[in-house]
Ligand binder design. Sequence first.
Ligand code: NIG
Ligand code: FE
Length: 408
Amino acid sequence: GPTRRLPPATGSLLVTNIGELVTNVAGTGEGGPLGLRRNAAVLVEDGQVAWVGPARDAPAADRRIDADGAAVLPGFVDSHAHLVFAGDRAAEFAARMAGQPYTGGGIRTTVGATRAAPDDELRATVARLRGEALRQGTTTIEIKSGYGLTVADEARSLRIAAEFTEDTTFLGAHVVPAEYADRPDDYVGMVCGPMLAAAAPYARWIDVFCERGAFDVDHARAILACGQAVGLGVRVHANQLGPGPGVQLGVELGAASVDHCTHLSDADVDALASTTTDWVSGPETTTVATLLPGAEFSTRSPYPDARRLLDAGVTVALATDCNPGSSYTSSMPFCVALAVREMRMTPAEAVWAATAGGARALRRDDVGVLRPGARADLIVLDAPSHLHLAYRPGVPLIRQVLHNGVMP
Ligand code: NIG
Ligand code: FE
């Protein structure tokens, strides 16, 4: 806050000559949700933002990064990713592009490959994808389990995920695995009992795929309530493949986020809008709608209508859904470009949703924003403005990344 002391000159880093700084501090600089500032500088110390202001007023620092007039943004917050898996499903993708629909049935293929893989192979895959994401500007990532679906395989998936992020999510209720196909009640009992007990020590969140062909609303409610009872926060895969009760279940349970939101009724939109707060003080209670355009891209499905949600006052986030089936991209810039072109978001709305929106979806106030006290996670673009992320799709525009104040 404003009383924070000015940092001493040791161990400090000044990012200066920033042509356009996206702070996401609403009402500062040029106003608007992005809180844009021109000719700005950011002082970093001890892994945190220590000062933000005009470049000409910047304090001295030990080291400097000259942004040379480029745009600087908070690092992307990817609030939805499934990185713990083995194998890929390129042939399934090819079949879809030849006309096959996506059903989620391929999840069991990845479950088989994941169960058979040694820990080190899973760890290497997470490291590879985490590195890929970081090079594209993602400094915070949520990582789900959900391709183990046994007590031991869910626990080890989360143990490995926790080596890479604080935002780990237990998705034991991804699908009913083949060995439980004729007794889903037994599987739900197992998820709520021994599997949750083994997973919870490594998890911050619990998630359920609430969809026809996965878990119905009663099973989903029971599983999410068990997770809540042991202190996990709630998120839901909802309304991806068709209309359904998932979004309203999430709102009912105070979920931090309901994800996909591709097929929404007016009542779903109203329920989400009713949760919106400004989050100026007090605990966050908003249920964010997290849109995952990589999934619609890779399943050749109609995109969710972000405009309808934004116009109703719903808080929207963008995330990759990175997984080997429905969305094998780790690129937040790609998702921003899709959201602008295909989902009726403005570039400013999409950039906010990919940074501050993701932070809201993870109920974090230390990331997705550049203000004193925030984590020093920022990206320098090879471009003068955030607009270029959508304006120059597919171009590697991330010149430099700072994560916890250091270049990874
Ligand atoms: O979010 N919808 C459920 N789960 C993933 C897809 C998983 C897969 O196809 O392997 C998703 O899209
Ligand atoms: Fe997902």
